[in-house]
Design a protein around this ligand. Structure first.
Ligand code: AMP
Length: 184
């Protein structure tokens, strides 16, 4: 099974992706987390990505696509849940063409939505304990703007397959909403 979980920063994608990955035995691919690991390891990719991430900008599409392609190709026996990827139309097109070549299909595209004021509040709260370099208030707002401009158009890109999920509520409530769609 291949699942894409979308939504603005702070909507709870990561938390919900972990729950689904465990339940359906999927490889959880959080591009943000993978990139932060690359930075911690001081890899070439990490060095390239860091200056974009620290400012709340997106890492260039070709770097993210190469990174994801390598991981998919070395884990072909697994299902996947993509969290924070694709983030732009070119990334979606790149993923489509990779999946086509591999004769794989996306089963679910979930879009978690939440009011912008709640998002910023959640992220400011998370910032107190996350230790993430991109969790300052200025960068949080920048990341919301980048989402609106470059990632939100993906809702239209996936309009034929997207399932809308209301992200307001507890982790358990949102998780139940998602599972009710997947277990259909
Ligand atoms: P996240 O953990 O998903 O909030 O991602 C943190 C940061 O990593 C983002 O603000 C981007 O700089 C970078 N990033 C994560 N995923 C992607 C992606 N698919 N494309 C480009 N940049 C990404």
């Amino acid at each position: 099974m291949i699942v894409i979980i979308m939504g603005p920063p702070g909507a709870g994608k990561g938390t919900q992706a972990k729950i689904l990955a465990e339940k359906f035995n999927l490889l959880h691919l959080s591009t943000g987390e993978i990139l932060r690991n690359e930075i911690d390891n001081g890899s070439d990719l990490g060095l390239k990505a860091q200056r974009f991430m620290d400012r709340g900008n997106l890492v260039p599409d070709h770097l993210v696509l190469e990174m994801i392609e390598k991981i998919i190709i070395s884990n072909l026996d697994m299902g996947f849940i993509f969290d924070g990827f694709p983030r732009t139309v070119p990334q979606s097109e790149g993923l489509d063409s990779l999946l086509d070549r591999l004769k794989l299909k996306i089963n679910y595209v979930l879009n978690i939505s939440l009011d912008k004021n709640i998002l910023v509040k959640r992220l400011v709260e998370r910032a107190k304990s996350s230790g993430r370099a991109d969790d300052s208030e200025e960068v949080i707002i920048k990341r919301q703007d980048v989402y609106e401009e470059l990632t939100k158009p993906l809702i239209d890109y996936y309009r034929h397959e997207v399932t809308q999920i209301n992200g307001d509520g507890s982790i358990e409530e949102v998780s139940k909403r998602i599972l009710s769609q997947i277990n259909r």
